[in-house]
Write a protein that binds this ligand. Sequence first.
Ligand code: BJW
Ligand code: ZN
Length: 243
Amino acid sequence: MEKIKLAAEIINKSEFTVVLTGAGVSAESGIPTFRGPDGLWKKYSPHQLATYEAFLKNPNLVWEWYSWRREKIKAAEPNPAHISIARLERIKEKFYLITQNIDGLHKRAGSQKVIEFHGNIWKEKCISCDFKRESYEIYKDELPKCPNCGNLLRPDVVWFGEPIDHDILQISFDLVEEADCVLVVGTSAVVYPFAGLIEFSIKSQKKVIEVNLEPTPFSDLCYISIQGKAGEILPQILNYIVR
Ligand code: BJW
Ligand code: ZN
């Protein structure tokens, strides 16, 4: 309780709040995380599926995984964690959200100042040319092909070994540099360069508040680390936020 009040006090005093989120924020919407006990899909780890090599080797398997996730995401609703973050944006004059999640649930909850660091599951791009499109299809047998060149389309997301879009990376580091308070929610904080945003925030003495079910590599270094469910902790923090 004391930690929750203290976190709210810091956010109240903050002139520029940046929120960083990961899969844990969507867990209470029924979207499985990557590394938790339910985090595996058909016994594959994200490293076996979320790479371009895996896609080239077995595009059917990788598209099956994304189609399965599209179905889950379509059926899901934003939870109190997403809603609290959207409310915070409306209260704080200077605010930004940077999410690793590709599910779009933050936007569906009403967040507008959002950077989707690892892309979006409803976007696809050609593996050969510049073609991109939005799509809500669930692919079962036939995989999507590029209308320009006939090559395979892939999810427009960032896989292991792939660079983050240059502008997104630059803007994200600029935002945390400008922030005085960084709220980190529901990420295992092991995937770089996103985890570098947390590392940078700690090294540059920002007030870093972490909310996670479990400790992360940064928990001991944060200004406040709160252990619990994001969908329960964030609404409690919001109760103390001054409009
Ligand atoms: C709750 C909760 C509840 C649960 N409430 N909490 C430096 C050091 C070492 C390695 C590297 C390094 N720099 C780069 C690397 C390599 C690699 C990397 O980081 N590897 C590490 C894993 C070792 N990084 C990359 O390859 C990146 N690219 C890159 O570096 O490019 C360089 C380059 C430059 C120039 C040319 C070419 C290359 C890209 C990383 C892309 C990651 N992609 C994925 C898939 C995205 C698409 C998709 O979703 O399908 O991103 S992998 C997966 O991990 C996904 C996630 O966004 C990401 C992070 O996971 P997240 O969100 O933290 O989820 P979990 O499951 O790990 O954790 C959930 C947390 O929630 C847990 O802590 C729970 O406790 C908690 N929780 N319920 C609160 N209710
Ligand atoms: Zn093409």
